[in-house]
Design a protein around this ligand. Sequence first.
Ligand SMILES: *Cc1c(COP(=O)(O)O)cnc(C)c1O
Length: 367
Amino acid sequence: MIKFLDLKKINLLHQEAIEQRLISTFRSGWYLLGEEVKQFEGHLSAYIGAGHSIGVANGLDALRLICRAYIELGIFSEGDEIIVPANTYIASVLAITDCNLVPVFVEPDNATFNIDIAKIEAAITPKTTAIMIVHLYGRAVFSKELKALAQKHDLKIIEDNAQAIGAEINSIKTGNLGDAAGFSFYPGKNLGALGDGGAVTTNDSDLAKAIRALANYGSETKYVNIYKGLNSRLDEIQAAVLDEKLKHLDAENSRRREIAKYYVQNISNPLITLPEYPNDEKEHVWHLFVIRIAERDRLQKYLIKNSIQTLIHYPIPLYKQEAYKEFAHLDFPVTEAIHHEVLSLPISPVLMDEEVKTIVEVLNDFK
Ligand SMILES: *Cc1c(COP(=O)(O)O)cnc(C)c1O
């Protein structure tokens, strides 16, 4: 069986170094808000090029904390509207609604799966305060037009960078394109912890300070609480592992690009629509390699019969979920077609050339 993602193999690539970091953190006797987190935050800031990084408990919290901090700073008010792509993972939208902000959905672009920048302006109202862009599947989205639009309407740009760590546009890394960015270190992400983890990056010192306090019970000084905060901290153990794995992220993303390029150049079945391989390949870190096909479910069954595991990202649009019944009347044809047709092929730094070749051959034989 070719697994969709072999997490054990991915982490064993760096077994010795990771085990050393685990042991030394274990023996240090200090497990929260210590030197490992500080060191990882420093390295993450340097890698992204951002002024501040704050380690938090997970990617959802990273995005929630950005929204909460903007409310505490008086920049957002409850009831304000945040523009967000209709085809994103539900976490982007949970962060918005959890802060009593209102998501306003915009259709994605068929070629990139990312928010269609040309459709944003029509969704802006006097209540809009931000655009949340999501670098979906690992492909960065940003443009001069987007930046100009945000400036014209005085909107913050929040990046959901859970899937695209390491991607860049015109030499600027995702996580440093907008005003603030949320990262996820869920084990299956391109930079994955051995459990949950997340981070916020920003160049805004006031925002960074508010987020750091909010994530630690709303407190800057122990037992002095300035906000009704939450407990959302990155563990020392996870920070140590992430700090070690960050060293190898670029090499691992390059291997993902190599596999994506092979897929794009060799999958030739006319029933299959391939994702676009960007002209500037640094814009994509291929967290997922997502193909489209009308008979998606039949292809998935055929692949399983041929010992190839795939996943669907995502089977149900978030506004059709039970959790968001208030949005059930909404209709986004581009988004819905995507949800019916997408299939994610195996892609990871540990997928072997032989496996990639087999996957291509099996796909090309599908009738
Ligand atoms: C994974 C993910 C998140 C949430 O991250 P967690 O660490 O699982 O909370 C948010 N947005 C997107 C697009 C994601 O893929």
